[in-house]
Design a protein around this ligand. Structure first.
Ligand code: FEO
Ligand code: CA
Ligand code: CA
Ligand code: CA
Length: 586
């Protein structure tokens, strides 16, 4: 294990070595504090059930506590940044670790608890004497779960493909799920993706071509359909179309329903990130974290409206993301790229091709992108936007199927077969963020120069990592990269030099990479969020102790990790600060 310690440009901390220890390690001079673990009550007044280590909390109690598997996150300042709201995604559940006795027997009550541990949390936090604390009770404290009523907006709202027996209007969906990455908008709301929604639905053997294109399987990975017919696509085929959207939440309005924004397209969205054009329109970038899927951007028709007397910016922009143009990216071999419009009636997207209207284009965004010849990517995860330089970064986490028999081969943007390491791509928009042309290159290819396979060696200048996922471009221009190699991969030969999942800082001007944080055993590092003053970095530790997929008994999980407190492994939010209170990373 090596760590760089040069005097790189803007990176001001001492890099740390790779680690296989069951703890969080940060550079000298930094402190990482556990702030918000799974199971803590979020702070709804009069309803704050304590976490019970024997897992006996009910579904109803779980719906008042932080959910499982923290992922993307956003910070909303309440006054000066010393107090604020954290919105935290809870991507999914490990049901072997959620219920007493694991998954046997599998019951309706366990399905309800799993659904209650999905979704989002809103918690109030405050800084005092250098430590962040949950503020409970808080009038903002809230859980959004797989059962919370959500509204549908944009061109697909009310579409025939979204209507179900429970919701003949096609405009109200129960819940959001598999919320992966999160971001904040310039108008003070939060955007969350609905990533691997296919894992919740059972399609049976007679799945149609559309269901197969979207990866629906015969049985559901999460086993909800066994006790909740809503997720049985044989009985309720349109419920599947009601997930895979970008969801917008106004954290300042605890009573406001989350809104699924269909104009941004449907997909296994990791998340969505907003840039602003010179004339004040919103450009929302997103990708689908699935092998050979695409990168998108949406350009709003209208300008972002300012707050006014009696109306917050969130309220003033309540319909901003419902009208505009969606594009998909094509990365050409000469280093240029095109944004191809996904507009009904334009080019190939006609009724004759199976797209009756714009709602159909949006429900079947993947098939529309297929027709246009967009570039099939190596699993796009997070994006980060350099507003001043009109530049966008995107992690392409890995794609071991690239170049396999019957699968797409390499292309310029996805240049390695059996790509287990991943890469970071970036593009510079031609003029402004609404451009239809861009120039692209790779910031780096992840890998290990000591690997005997040339295609696994990579181009990293500095500390080694694999499987880039979370991204954050901070106000000073440092690009923070978080990794998500699977538990099995981390133990296998090709990634041994990288150790546990980690977070690194990259200076995009020089390409230098330096390791900042290493996580406990079998966790993912995610959720990078900076407080407005740059003096606190919030990070999520997801699924410490996750068993490799071949695990047998649920109780074995504690043998992999006892983070954070020596007992049961729990996902948790960290608050990381310098001991001297200075800006993080300098
Ligand atoms: Fe939920 Fe693509 O990570
Ligand atoms: Ca991710
Ligand atoms: Ca990932
Ligand atoms: Ca994960």
């Amino acid at each position: 294990a090596t760590a760089s310690s040069g005097t790189g440009g803007r990176i001001g901390f001492e890099g740390i070595p790779a680690s296989v220890a069951d703890r969080v390690v940060v550079p000298r001079g930094y402190v990482a504090q556990v702030l918000a673990p799974w199971g803590e009550p979020v702070g709804v007044a009069g309803a704050m059930p304590a976490f019970r280590d024997d897992l006996s909390n009910s579904a109803e109690e779980q719906a008042l506590q932080l959910g499982m598997h923290h992922d993307g996150m956003g910070f909303f300042a309440l006054d000066g940044g010393q107090r604020g709201l954290l919105v935290i995604n809870h991507e999914y559940t490990d049901d072997g670790m959620l219920h007493p006795g694991g998954m046997a027997p599998w019951t309706a009550q366990k399905v309800r608890k799993s659904q209650a541990a999905h979704g989002l949390s809103v918690v109030e936090v405050a800084l005092a004497d250098g430590r962040w604390q949950l503020q409970r009770p808080s009038r903002f404290a809230r859980r959004i779960t797989a059962d919370t009523p959500c509204m549908v907006a944009g061109p697909a709202a009310g579409h025939a493909l979204l209507r179900t027996a429970d919701d003949p209007s096609g405009r109200t969906v129960r819940g959001t799920l598999n919320n992966c990455a999160g971001s904040t908008t310039p108008w003070g709301t939060y955007l969350a993706g609905e990533e691997n929604f296919r894992f919740y639905f059972a399609g049976g053997r007679d799945r149609d071509a559309d269901q197969r294109r979207w990866g629906m399987t015969e049985q559901a990975f999460f086993r909800w359909p066994e006790h909740d017919a809503r997720f049985d696509a044989r009985q309720h085929p349109h419920e599947f179309h009601r997930f895979g959207w970008i969801v917008e939440v106004d954290p300042m309005e605890p009573g406001a329903a989350p809104i699924k924004r269909t104009a941004l397209g449907r997909g296994a969205h990791e998340g969505a990130w907003v840039a602003t054009t010179a004339d004040g329109r919103a450009v929302v970038y997103s990708g689908e974290d699935a092998r050979f899927e695409y990168i998108y951007k949406f350009v709003s028709r209208d300008r972002i409206a300012p707050a006014s007397a009696g109306q917050s910016a969130a309220q003033a922009n309540r319909h901003l993301l419902d009208d505009g143009t969606l594009y998909v990216a094509r990365f050409d071999a000469d280093g240029t790229g095109r944004w191809l419009p996904l507009v009904h009636g334009e080019g190939l997207l006609t009724a004759a091709a199976g797209f009756a209207d714009q709602g159909a284009v949006l429900v079947r965004t993947r098939q529309a992108a297929d027709l246009l010849g967009a570039t099939r990517m190596d699993r796009p995860e997070w994006l980060a936007i350099d507003q001043a330089r009109k530049t966008v970064y995107c992690t392409l986490t890995n794609n071991s199927a690239r170049g396999a028999p019957g699968q797409p081969g390499v292309d310029a943007a996805n240049p390695r077969a059996n790509n287990v390491m991943g890469q970071v791509i970036r593009w510079h928009e031609d003029g402004d963020f609404d451009a239809t042309r861009m120039r692209w290159d790779h910031l780096l290819l992840a890998g290990d120069p000591a690997n005997p396979r040339p295609e696994a060696q990579g181009t990293i200048r500095g500390d080694l990592f694999a499987c880039p996922d979370g991204l954050l471009l901070d106000a000073r221009g440092l690009l923070w990269i978080q990794t998500d190699a699977s538990a099995g991969e981390m133990r296998r030969g090709e990634m041994q030099a990288m150790g546990n999942n980690q977070m690194l800082a990259c200076d995009p001007a020089t390409g230098e990479v330096r390791r900042f944080l290493t996580g406990p055993v079998n966790c993912e590092i995610t959720g990078a969020t900076m407080a407005p003053d740059g003096r606190t970095l919030f990070v999520n530790i997801q699924h410490p102790g996750e068993p490799p997929s071949d695990r047998s008994a649920p109780d074995e999980v504690t043998r992999y990790s006892t983070w954070p407190d020596g007992g049961r492994p729990r996902s948790a939010t960290l608050a990381i600060r310098r001991e001297d209170g200075g800006p993080v990373g300098t």
